[in-house]
Design a protein around this ligand. Structure first.
Ligand SMILES: C[S@@+](CC[C@H](N)C(=O)[O-])C[C@H]1O[C@@H](n2cnc3c(N)ncnc32)[C@H](O)[C@@H]1O
Length: 263
């Protein structure tokens, strides 16, 4: 399978992901579950599960035996398997889900649609494996606006190096309410809605935010990994300045767009 741009950067250890975007995952999962109207008794699929924030919230609500999950990243799928014992976790991409038609009451994808190799095909697959009347839903960061960490990150990067604009994640497709709604409608889903969800994460200080980026995790960490030492130091200072934070604990908020529809 060929990765979408950025997807290969998720073939990293789960703890680096946890300390980067994973901090926001459980709160966002609760908002996605609520928007999709998931209820006790449902059989649910988590597409692009990563280390399992959404799968574990689903397991808490439904019981792990009612939860399946897929991810194309071997280390992240393995972490999800460990963290959500009893759930069925497969190594697979959204575009080729290893499940039969109408196998689930709902199919959810958290922070994944924009990383899919072929988002229209991935969403059609999510629809295929969902029963008639069931929910297909996803959350994607508001990269261009109020996902504070990533917006400040790319603004700092482009300020020091205009060529970093090519890597700015707000340039990825399917990151705006209009594009997401159209993607869902074109996949044949009904009652399509897009709503904002604002979540947050706490940090012990700027170093707590910075350290996971040094591991190369995600598109932002992959950018940091390209910087030679002097430019990395300058970028680190610029990011800290733009975030307006220091060595004291702080909290950042992050807005996502949550799209949902019915099969
Ligand atoms: C930002 S992470 C989100 C992980 C998890 N859903 C969460 O909320 O923490 C993006 C995930 O999408 C996965 N991914 C990339 N391409 C994919 C594809 N074509 N189909 C399904 N998942 C994919 C990556 O391996 C990674 O785990």
């Amino acid at each position: 399978m060929q990765d979408a741009p950025g997807a290969a950067t998720f073939r990293t250890p789960a703890d680096a992901y946890d300390r980067h975007i994973g901090r926001y995952g459980h709160e966002l999962a609760q908002a996605l579950i609520e928007a999709a109207g998931v209820r006790a008794g449902d059989r649910a699929l988590d597409v692009g599960c990563g280390p399992g924030a959404l799968a574990s919230e689903l397991a808490g609500l439904l019981g792990a035996e009612h939860v399946s999950a897929v991810d194309p990243s071997a280390p992240l799928a393995a972490a999800c398997r460990r963290r959500v014992p009893g759930a069925r976790v497969e190594l697979a991409p959204a575009e080729a889900l290893p499940f039969g038609d109408a196998a689930f009451d709902c199919a959810l994808a958290q922070l994944v649609v924009n990383f899919m190799t072929d988002p229209p095909s991935g969403v059609r697959e999510m629809r295929r494996v969902t029963r008639s009347g069931g929910a297909v839903a996803a959350a994607v960061w508001d990269y261009g606006g109020e996902m504070t960490l990533l917006r400040r990150f790319w603004d700092a990067a482009v300020a020091l190096d205009p060529s970093a604009a090519d890597r700015d994640e707000s340039g990825m497709p399917f990151c705006t309410p209009g594009e997401l709604g159209e993607l869902w409608s074109r996949a044949g889903l009904a009652d399509v809605r897009v709503v904002p969800a604002v979540v947050g994460a706490g940090y012990t200080g700027f170093e707590d935010l910075w350290q996971p980026l040094e591991t190369g995790v995600g598109p932002s960490g992959a950018y940091v990994a390209t910087l030679p030492p002097a430019r990395r130091t300058a970028f680190k200072a610029e990011l800290r300045r733009r975030l307006g934070v220091g060595d004291e604990p702080f909290r950042l908020t992050a807005r996502a767009w949550v799209v949902s529809g019915r099969r």
